[in-house]
Every structure is written in structure tokens, then in C-alpha cells.
Design a protein around this ligand. Structure first.
Ligand SMILES: [Zn+2]
Length: 376
């Protein structure tokens, strides 16, 4: 039997939708689902295409969320096959976006279609939220769509994000939350001067070292049941107009916190400023919250997803909050239960991205079981 989810995955991979382009992927999905009662609403913000597809208007609403854009290919000569010519080889489908996350989108479509054919009178509503701005700045994508939905009172109860959450085997890991990401840019001022006359200068590098040492050695929290402890990492140290015989006038330091819900961004900012004040330095500090932490506590969605994986694959999944941030961060604050479940992430963003040939079909079956669990 032809595997319809694998075929649809290939059709999507053949579209070179390098972020923020969509290249007609959303149209393929909209066309397929309009046949089973979905109303399509495209929401374009800036040069980003977003698509909101919804069937029925009653609660509870289950949303499948994902992105049609992919990261750039990198050097083409390092690929075994053209990244936009989906190619089957040795049990795998090769192509950019195969795992992140066009197989998931194909699986959304085939799971939903089969479910509606089997249970046309299901309870609640089903929606798909697709963006072409997940791999880029993520400004005009899911965030704006969620804002628009909220402004007109469209509440999401459950959300499955199709990001490749699995580590070694499909379904072995689901993400039930993500850490927050907080960026800091610190400038420490000194007095510029000749290295041979240090008493006439004030070296800001010397001043920043004990401070960074203290920040790097601080235990910010102990984490929680769901989250590992908060971490602090310096990502860059630079000076301006440096020369071998000059003590620089200032030093710029970039750093990043990955934090749990135990330490809020506000608490971390205040604690860093406290340390700087203790050291009596002249400084400027800018902050950027690039993602707030979120977590879905144990509940109905996690139970149903775990059971669907156990029944389809025969393994017990592990709920995790590790890894970078995802578009789930925009959906969880609306009060929705959010779980990320998708293919094995071993090759994502790499050359020769690939997915096991049976994975799209299996993923479709898992999503199908989740639909049955929540909406029948
Ligand atoms: Zn992704």
C-alpha cells in the first residue's frame, strides 16, 4: 500500500521553502483539508505567510502547530542528494525539512483526514496553525497569529507542536515545556591609556573578570521537577579600537541565561545588577527576553499523548524540557496544554537531513490516536 503520509512529506520537501518563504506548502495543506470541512484563513504579517485552518467552532479546540519554512542547506556539495529533491535511500528519506518539520505537517494532514472520515461527528474543534517564520526571527509568525486569535476570543485548549522532539526512536521523548532565554549585553567602562602607564588608566577587562567569574560560579536555582537548574553562559567579550599597547576604555560582554520557571527573568536581572553594584564598576546593561519559560503540568494531554505513543510504538515516552526554545512559547501563555511531539532530531539543521521511511506514517498514527483520545 502506498504510504500517503510519506508521499505528502516528499511533496512538501520538494518545495524549497527556506525561511521565511513558504513556497506553496500551506496551499497544499489548505487544499487537502478544505475537502474535509476546514475553513482556511491566511494571515500574512510582513513577508511571512501564516495559515489558520479550523473545523467547527465549539470547544474544546485541539490545534496542530508547525512551520513550513526550513533552514538554509549549507554547502550543497556536502549533500549526498539534492536537498530539495526528496530521495529514498537505505531506509531513509533525505531532504531539507524532512525531519524539521515537513513529515510532521504531512502527518497532521493525514491523521486529521482519516479521523474525520472515521468520526465525522467528533466533539470539539480541530485546527492547524502553520507559519513560515519559525526558523527565522519568529516575529511575524505564530506569535502574531496567537495574538489575533486571542483578540477575537478564540481560545486553544490543547496544542500538539510537531517539532522533532524524539532523540533515538520516534516517540521516545516529548517536550512538555521549554526553558526561557534571557540575553544580556553588558558594557563595563574604564579609562583608556598606554599599557606602559597603567596607573594613568583603568583596565575594564581586569575589572570584568572577577564579576564574570562570580556570575559564572553562581547557583541561580536548583531547578524543579520539570526543569534543570538555570544556567549562565558568557557568549562574547570584545573591546573597541584595541591595539597591543593600549588599555581599552571599555569592554562589552554578551551573555545568556537559560532559565526555568523557578527563576523569572526579573529576578535574574535584579541579581545580576546587584553583583555589578557590589563590584563598584561603571556599567551599562541591556536586556532582551527572547523566550519565557513554559511548562504543561501533568494532565489530560500528556496522558493521552503518552498512551498513544505506547500503543503505536510500544515504548514509554519521557517528558522533557531540554533543548532550545520553540513556538510553543507563544501558545502556552494562552492557557493551552502544549506538548511537542515529532520525529527523531539527530539530523535536523544538518547536511543530509533525513527521516526513517516508516516515521511519517507512524507519526500520523500517533496523532490519529491523540485525536481519538481527545475528541471522541
Ligand atoms: Zn522546527
Amino acid at each position: 500500500m502506498q504510504d500517503i503520509t510519506l508521499e505528502l512529506t516528499k511533496e512538501l520537501v520538494a518545495r524549497p521553502s527556506i525561511t521565511p518563504r513558504d513556497e506553496g506548502c500551506q496551499e497544499i495543506v489548505a487544499e487537502t483539508l478544505s475537502g474535509v470541512g476546514f475553513a482556511a484563513e491566511s494571515m500574512c504579517f510582513g513577508d511571512v505567510d501564516n495559515l489558520w485552518l479550523r473545523r467547527n467552532t465549539v470547544a474544546p479546540l485541539l490545534v496542530f502547530a508547525g512551520h513550513t519554512d526550513v533552514v538554509p542547506t549549507g554547502p550543497l556539495d556536502k549533500w549526498r542528494f539534492d536537498p530539495f529533491v526528496p530521495t529514498e535511500h537505505d531506509g531513509y528519506l533525505y531532504g531539507r525539512g524532512a525531519a524539521d518539520m515537513k513529515a510532521s505537517i504531512a502527518a497532521f494532514v493525514t491523521a486529521v483526514t482519516r479521523f474525520i472520515e472515521a468520526c465525522p461527528e467528533h466533539r470539539g474543534s480541530i485546527a492547524l496553525l502553520l507559519t513560515s517564520d519559525e526558523e527565522g526571527p519568529a516575529v511575524d509568525g505564530t506569535k502574531k497569529v496567537v495574538d489575533k486569535l486571542s483578540s477575537r476570543g478564540e481560545g486553544i485548549d490543547y496544542c500538539i507542536v510537531g517539532e522533532p522532539s524524539s532523540e533515538l526512536e520516534l516517540g521516545d521523548t516529548i517536550k512538555i515545556g521549554r526553558r526561557g532565554s534571557l540575553l544580556g549585553r553588558l558594557v563595563i567602562h574604564g579609562i583608556r591609556g598606554h599599557v606602559a602607564y597603567p596607573h594613568q588608566a583603568d583596565n575594564p577587562i581586569h575589572r570584568c573578570l572577577p564579576i564574570l567569574n562570580q556570575l559564572a560560579g553562581t547557583a541561580w536555582d536548583e531547578g524543579s521537577d520539570e526543569f534543570p537548574p538555570t544556567t549562565f553562559q558568557v557568549t562574547d567579550i570584545t573591546t573597541v579600537d584595541s591595539a597591543e599597547n593600549v588599555v581599552p576604555g571599555e569592554v562589552c560582554i554578551n551573555f545568556n541565561f537559560r532559565h526555568s520557571t523557578v527563576s523569572t527573568a526579573d529576578v535574574l536581572m535584579a541579581r545580576v545588577e546587584e553583583v555589578l553594584n557590589e563590584h563598584n564598576v561603571r556599567f551599562e546593561l541591556e536586556w532582551k527576553v527572547s523566550g519565557s519559560p513554559f511548562v504543561t503540568k501533568n494532565g489530560q494531554l500528556i496522558d493521552i499523548v503518552s498512551r498513544a505513543i505506547a500503543e503505536e510504538i510500544g515504548i514509554n515516552t519521557v517528558p522533557s524540557t531540554s533543548g532550545g526554545t520553540s513556538d510553543g512559547r507563544f501558545i502556552a501563555p494562552t492557557g493551552a496544554q502544549v506538548v511537542e511531539l515529532g520525529p527523531v532530531n539527530k539530523t535536523i539543521h544538518k547536511t543530509n537531513e533525513c527521516i526513517a521511511l516508516e516515521a511519517p506514517g507512524q507519526l500520523s498514527n500517533i496523532y490519529y490516536r491523540i485525536l481519538v483520545g481527545l475528541l471522541t
